[in-house]
Each structure stands twice: as C-alpha cells, then as structure tokens.
Design a protein around this ligand. Structure first.
Ligand code: SAH
Length: 481
C-alpha cells in the first residue's frame, strides 16, 4: 500500500484551501460536508462558491497567506495553477507540519483525495494511489449502482441498535448471525423503502427472538419480481438484490436465460411455464407451491416476465399468500409494451399523435374478444395488445369492422428488447399478412396507432440498427412498410 487509508475527524477544525475555481469549490464542499472550518484564499471566487459561501463555517480570506494561518490548521489543499503560489503554500505547510495536497502534483502531496461514494454515515473512499483517477471514478460508478442511496439511512438505523444488541445478545457468534439476518432480510427491505415503522417493528421482533436464543429461521417469504421483457439490463436494482437472495426460484416461459443466470447460483430452479405436455402448471398449484416453500422457511423468488401486475396474474398469487399470512413483497418490472416500444423507436404517447395509451389482452376465445371496442377504436391514442399474436387476423379485422381506418399504422414487435428482436410494421389492413409471411415466433407485442409511423425517424436504438443490418442480408425476416 502506498498510502495509509484513514477517515479523519475534521469537525470544527480549520482547513486551508487555496484557489477560487472549480477544484477549490469541490475541496471546500467536501471539507464543509465533513464539518470543518474552511479558510479559503483566493482573490476572487467563481460562481460555484455561491452556495458554499453561505455556510457559516466558510471564510473567504483576501489577505496574503502567511505562517500565522497555518498555526491551527489540520490540513491544507492547494488548487492553484500558479507555480509561485504553489511553492509558497507548500513551503508554509511544510514549515508548520500541516499535511498538504497539491492538485495535479503527486510529488508535493502528503495525502491524496480518494474518489468518494457518499452514503453518509456510510462512506466508501477509492484510491488508485494516483495511478489512474479515472479508474477510481469508474469503480465508484459501479459501486453507485450496487449501493442504493438509502444505504446511508440503513447504516444510521443499524447504528441506533448497536449498543442494545451488544447488551441483549451476549453470544458473539449468535450476534453475528443476527446482524447478517438483519442486513439481508426484511428489516433491510423496510428501511430501503422508507418504511421506518415496519423496520423498527421487524427489528424488535428479530431482536427479541435472538435475545431469547430462538432465532426465527422458520420465517420464509415470497418475492414476486417483475423481470422485464427480456434484456437483463432492464432489471431493477431491487429485483437483482432479491434474485441474489433467493433459496428457490419459480419462473415461467417469458424469463430468459440471461436473466435466470443472475439468480443466486445455489438457488433451486423450478420451471412452472408450459410443461413438456404443453400444459402450464395451474395457477392454484403455483400459489400452493409458493406457500409451501415459504412455510419451509425458504426465500421464494417468483420471477415473472414484464411486470407482475400487468397481465401477470400477480394479484392472484399474492391473494393466496395474504390469506395464508405469508410475508411477501412485489417488485415492478418494465412491462412488455413499454420495453418493446422503446427498443423499437415507437413512443407510446406523443403530443401530436396520441394522448392516451391502452393496454389490452388479445387473448380471445373462438375468435371472439371480450373487449370494449368503442374505447379501443378512438383517434389520438395508442393501443398495445398483449397475447395478440394467435388471433392477429381476427383482432385487426375487428378494428376495421368497428370503424378504424384500414391504413392506421400498426406494428408487431417480436421478442422485444432481446438481441433477436424483430419488428414487423404495416397497417391494420396488412400487418397480419406480413407477420404470417415471416414465420417469426412470439412473444409479440402489437402496437396500433399513428405513433408507429414515427419509428422511421426514431429507430436509433442499437437492436434496431442491428436489425437493419440483418434485414439487408436476410431481407425476408423483417418487412418494413
Ligand atoms: N406481465 C407481462 C405480460 C405477460 S402476458 C408484462 O408485463 O410484460 C404475455 C404477453 O406479453 C405476450 O403474449 C406478449 O404479448 C407480451 N410480451 C412479453 N414479453 C414480450 C417480449 N419480450 N416481446 C414482445 N412481447 C412480449
């Protein structure tokens, strides 16, 4: 290690900062956030100081910097680019034995400033010992995605219990298990959602159980998680966290391997989509499995395509859990209509085209649909049809029969957001025929409305570009109007 990593208490202690530009402002901001008294030397301050200088711990010194100023200082930063200034400041700091950081001059630095991930009281500092600050910043960006902003609140919350837990759980090993359970379970989830009261309640229950030496290991729970339409990049942070926590996962047809691979490696995997005999596991049976596994004390992940509450029967599944008193949480996912539309370059609403957007199911019985056609056949709106592929000719025909313009633009987005996404675009009158000619397989999202015509202009997404390249070589696969 080139440097000693420490977190230095500078509360109410003077820090000298030289320079009134961007870097000086950044150092000032950090020092003030840590509670220091900042004494800033510069002839002028840039706009970036406008807010900082209102802080009562900030003082703008215009007199020349002298040895006197360094008498009580605990740290100094020089952000000046002027060689003479740098030499002067550095000399004074050295003489007073005050550690100094000179910007962009490692040789003159007593300490370096790490990249900071601030989730106070949780703070992560990253140093590359000056070899590559950019690498430090990249690592910081990765950590940003792993540590939601609420981690700070969580650290605060845990801090409040530290002494009490020490007092009540004497056994060291048991205490460690307690903390692990708290940090990777319901208490954590409640704090992250901002449900302070629930978190306290859960914490007290857990603490009481451990204090009596009877941890509640039996308490399983269910996570009903929306996995989005296919691209793993569209998962939410919470979905990923719960996927990493699960003991068992029940998934269906719409959840692809790319996503399944992100579930905890040791988790048991149960497929509940279509079985080899082409029969789906009945809904009641899935609900019963969820209850049973949770009763066995497992963390059960019910992973669903898109959003669990949009044509996903999520409501039915949690109804059973609620009846049985099983703890559960629901995590929304990007629904197919939204994912397909974005990746196909079709805005679902647009001020000049559509003021409303309707999601309907095209799942019909014997070619008949239980749909409110009067509402569906209206100008200035977009209709997204889920499960509409099987009866596509009947569906589109019905739109026309009910008075829609046969030339109304319509598109079918196959395997939306995945690397093999295909878009077939046309109009109400010819889309079904165009789709039939491709032999593409579902899932497919049908989008109807004049917004589809914007696609030519807006199809700048990568999968679309790839699609165009593919279309050149295999022209029959993608048919454009
Ligand atoms: N809960 C899911 C929908 C389940 S219903 C969601 O919110 O997205 C299943 C239907 O969703 C499919 O028949 C198809 O119409 C649509 N769908 C799901 N994933 C899709 C995808 N990647 N591309 C196109 N359509 C998709």
């Amino acid at each position: 290690m080139d440097h000693l990593p420490i977190f230095f208490d500078v509360k109410n202690k003077p820090i000298i900062i030289v320079g009134g530009e961007t870097l000086g402002a950044r150092r000032t901001d950090m020092a003030l956030r840590a509670g220091a008294n900042v004494l800033l030397f510069a002839d002028e301050l840039s706009d970036e100081f406008d807010k900082l200088k209102l802080d009562e711990k900030f003082e703008h010194a215009t007199e020349p910097l002298s040895a006197e100023h360094f008498k009580d200082a605990v740290l100094a930063y020089s952000t000046s680019e002027d060689e003479a200034v740098i030499e002067h400041v550095h000399g004074l700091a050295r003489a007073a034995s005050v550690p100094i950081n000179v910007a962009d001059n490692p040789a003159l630095c007593d300490f370096i400033t790490p990249s900071i991930l601030d989730r106070a009281p949780l703070v992560v500092g990253i140093s590359t010992a000056g070899t590559s600050p950019i690498l430090g910043r990249m690592i910081k960006a990765r950590l940003e995605t792993m540590l939601p902003a609420a981690y700070g609140q969580f650290a605060d919350f845990l801090g409040r219990y530290r002494t009490e837990v020490m007092d009540r759980i004497k056994d060291g090993a048991l205490r460690r298990r307690f903390w692990e359970q708290v940090m990777d379970g319901a208490v954590f989830d409640h704090v992250l959602k901002g449900h302070e009261k629930d978190a306290v309640e859960e914490m007290n229950l857990e603490l009481a159980a451990y204090a009596e030496g009877t941890p509640r290991h039996g308490a399983g729970e269910v996570y009903l998680v929306g996995a989005g339409p296919g691209d793993p990049d569209l998962l939410t942070f919470r979905a990923l966290r719960l996927m990493q926590r699960a003991d068992i996962v029940l998934y269906d047809r719409l959840v692809g391997d790319g996503i399944l691979n992100l579930v905890r490696r040791d988790a048991e995997r149960v497929y509940v989509g279509k079985l080899p005999k082409e029969h789906s596991v009945p809904q009641e049976e899935i609900s019963e499995w969820l209850v049973k596994h949770a009763r066995d004390g497992k963390r059960v992940l019910r992973l669903k395509g898109g959003d669990p509450f949009i044509f996903g029967r999520g409501g039915e599944e949690i109804e059973k859990l609620a009846d049985e008193g099983i703890r559960f949480q629901v995590v929304p996912g990007v629904t197919a209509a939204s994912g397909c539309a974005s990746y196909a370059g079709i805005p679902l609403t647009h001020r000049e085209h559509a003021q409303a957007c309707i999601f309907v199911t095209g799942h019909g019985k014997d070619g008949r649909f239980d749909l409110d056609w009067e509402t569906l056949v209206q100008p200035s709106q977009t209709v997204c049809i889920y499960m509409g592929l099987t009866h596509l000719p009947e569906l589109l025909g019905e739109f026309i029969r009910r008075g829609a313009d046969p030339d109304l633009p319509a598109a079918a987005v196959f395997k939306g957001t995945r690397s093999d996404q295909h878009v077939v675009a046309g109009a109400l009158s010819d889309l079904a025929k165009k789709v039939a000619a491709t032999e593409l397989a579902g899932p497919a999202m049908i989008i109807i409305g004049t917004v589809v015509s914007l696609r030519d202009k807006l199809n700048w997404y990568r999968p679309e570009k790839r699609e165009r390249t593919i279309a050149k070589t295999h022209s029959k696969e993608t048919i454009r109007p």
